[in-house]
Design a protein around this ligand. Structure first.
Ligand code: TXA
Ligand code: MG
Length: 320
């Protein structure tokens, strides 16, 4: 289904409790009415996602976000600087928050974001309330950056896919927890240094075990192997062995490159934004090539490289 003219149908389907995939600037999301608990239960089921892993609520603007979450000065500053955009804020839930407890996995915090994609914005505007939008993939798979990826993971499990072409950012939103000290819970499509520049301070790191001491995970979805292809992934490859597929970055002049069974280059000119946009679709493509291993060249760690390396590290941990 193409985007033009189908916005109204998407909004109407969400109103009826259906599951609708649509593009955001980061990755495709799987939308459901955030206030409709049965719809959210079906969404968890369609993704094969554990109930303890809460969802992001997407809204059309800051005013709508303020109805479901409590903003302090830091949160307000970040929202004004970066929304709409690839930033998710984890905030205390507002007292009369309409979002179903199932969506927030019973936490007293909520993850909120205002996406910057014309299709997502139009659907949110037409629907008029918060829409939960986790990435539209089976739980544990890499996130979808095209409608075809959504189709291959979720066909038959969801009601509608709105095709808005390939996304532009390619990795999920950056998640910042607005706790006493603002904390980077997930590196993503908004580089850390841009956030730190606005805050005038560094973002705290989550504790290693991502447990807040009350037995609840700070970022429950950041399971070690959350982004795993089926083929084993080998990082920081300096040479290629036969039977390996190569995920390259920059000039691919490493030893044994001729032995690679398949090669895709995230960005031959070494551009991190281009690499982020290609990451998930190239991982999916190489995963389908029957290679023994996907060998990945090193990617610099600055800017969007932090998010790219985070997803690659998780991909390399393999399936649980
Ligand atoms: O770019 C994105 O954020 C995409 C697009 C579709 O919006 N969505 C996305 O959703 O990546 P998902 O469900 O794949 O990842 C949401 C992450 C999970 O790791 C989840 O654990 C975390 O957000 N999360 C949600 N609510 C939370 C909360 N209250 N506290 C901490 N982490 C939370
Ligand atoms: Mg996801």
């Amino acid at each position: 289904m193409s985007a033009a003219g189908n916005i109204a149908r998407a909004a109407e389907s969400i109103r009826e409790g259906k599951l609708v995939a649509f593009p955001t600037e980061t990755v495709y999301g799987l939308g459901a009415d955030a206030a409709n608990a049965p719809a959210i239960a079906r969404l968890y089921e369609a993704k094969g996602r554990p109930f303890f892993n809460p969802l992001i609520a997407t809204v059309g603007d800051i005013a709508a976000a303020m109805k479901i979450a409590r903003f302090d000065a830091t949160a307000t500053r970040l929202a004004k600087a970066f929304w709409p955009g690839p930033l998710t804020l984890v905030l205390p839930k507002a007292r009369d928050c309409a979002v179903a407890d199932l969506a927030t996995a019973g936490l007293d915090t909520i993850a909120v974001r205002v996406p910057a994609h014309p299709v997502a914005c139009a659907i949110l505007r037409a629907f008029g309330g918060p829409v939960v939008a986790p990435s539209a993939n089976l739980s544990g798979h890499v996130s979808p950056t095209t409608a075809a990826h959504v189709q291959s993971d979720l066909a038959g499990r969801i009601d509608l896919i709105v095709d808005g072409g390939a996304v532009t950012v390619g990795v999920e939103s950056t998640i910042v927890g607005c706790f006493d000290a603002p904390m980077l819970l997930r590196p993503g499509g908004l580089p850390r240094d841009e956030i730190e520049r606005v805050l005038g301070r560094q973002l705290a790191r989550p504790p290693e075990d991502t447990d807040n001491g009350a037995g609840q995970p700070l970022a429950p979805g950041m399971l070690a192997s959350h982004y795993a292809p089926r083929t084993p992934v080998r990082l920081n490859a300096e040479r290629i062995e036969s039977g390996e597929a190569l995920l390259a970055f920059g000039p691919a002049s490493l030893a044994g490159v001729g032995k690679a069974s398949a090669v895709l280059n995230l960005s031959a000119r070494g551009d991190l934004a281009e690499a982020a946009a290609n990451l998930f679709s190239y991982l999916r493509a190489l995963d389908g090539k029957g290679a023994r291993t996907i060998a990945v060249m090193p990617v610099p760690h600055h800017g969007l490289g932090e998010a790219i390396n985070d997803r690659l590290r998780r991909a390399a941990m393999g399936r649980e």
